[in-house]
Design a protein around this ligand. Structure first.
Ligand code: NAD
Length: 269
């Protein structure tokens, strides 16, 4: 129930009907008797700047989760960015301070890592491979570098995109060992598909099946794709005896990071 006293958070994107955050946040608010609610907002691009300006005066709004396609385009419209959001030039959450200032952060990587740690993955000193160096891949790679992986390989069908991410990581983490090519997976402790490959019923794998034959069964294999839950990559990894992490696990783990940044729930919610 939304009352006059209810404080609001929002999720902004276009389209918006597919997002799961409103169910997850509103269920949590109801279960914790919190006078808070999340609204799903489908906003057209031309209205974006006006919408962001209006957030500064929206006194009963605590913050806004940001999803596709606005994670990058909102960056110049905000008043302040976290260090990682500034490095990534991408935000997935905004906090509205009491004085109306809008502060952006990107917790995609932190949510991913929280889910991976719940599977027993300890990043320090490990070797990780991230497939896809777009918005989510960059955020995951940044979080892995920050958490102290020893070697990070980023691969993308658009090599210039992977190189740009590598350059960004090198600036932020000069000691990090960064690679781009993948010929063998036997030394990889964590393999992440951060590309949309495997979505829907495409049945596609992000790397050739022959390469996956070199996967070590001690590796954690993760996918960011949420539909299907068990992607072809995860099905194959499971067959090889690997521990797997699904896209919905990452999304669910991230709720506390998003909510804590907006000041409406604890980080471990
Ligand atoms: P994006 O378009 O910014 O990046 C995707 C990248 O993958 C592109 O650079 C593309 O070139 C690359 N790519 C495509 N095929 C590849 C392949 N075979 N190997 C390597 N790279 C390949 O997209 P994004 O915003 O980063 O989103 C990626 C996926 O993450 C989407 O499917 C999205 O739904 C999902 N996602 C999941 C969560 C979650 O919580 N689980 C959160 C956000 C986004």
């Amino acid at each position: 129930m939304i009352r006059g006293s209810t404080e609001l958070v929002a999720i902004l994107g276009s389209p918006i009907a597919q997002v799961k955050s409103p169910e997850n946040f509103n269920s949590w608010f109801a279960a914790h008797d919190a006078d808070l609610a999340m609204l799903a907002i489908d906003m057209s691009e031309p209205a974006l700047a006006g919408f962001i300006a209006s957030l500064r005066g929206w006194n009963n709004l605590r913050g806004c989760v940001v999803t596709v396609p606005y994670k990058q385009s909102l960056v110049p419209l905000l008043d302040e960015l976290s260090e990682r959001a500034a490095a990534l030039r991408s935000v997935n959450v905004i906090r509205r301070e009491a004085n109306g200032r809008l502060i952006g952060d990107n917790v995609d990587g932190a949510g991913f890592l929280k889910a991976a740690r719940a599977h027993g993955f300890q990043p320090a000193g490990k070797q990780a491979l991230v497939l896809g160096s777009g918005g989510v891949g960059a955020a995951i790679a940044y979080a892995l570098a920050e958490a102290g992986v020893r070697r990070l390989t980023v691969a993308d069908v658009r090599p210039a995109q992977a190189q740009a991410l590598g350059d960004l990581l090198k600036r932020a983490f000069p000691a990090l060992d960064i690679g781009y090519g993948v010929e063998d997976l036997s030394e990889v402790d964590l393999l992440v598909n951060a590309s949309p490959v495997g979505m829907g019923d495409s049945g596609e794998l992000p790397v050739p099946v022959t390469l996956l034959e070199s996967l070590n069964s001690a590796a954690l294999v993760a996918d960011v794709v949420t539909q299907p839950v068990i992607t072809p990559l995860l099905a194959l990894a499971r067959e090889r005896g690997c521990c797997i992490q699904t896209g919905p696990e990452m999304a669910r783990a991230q709720m506390g990071n998003l909510g804590a940044f907006m000041g409406v729930m604890p980080v471990d919610a």
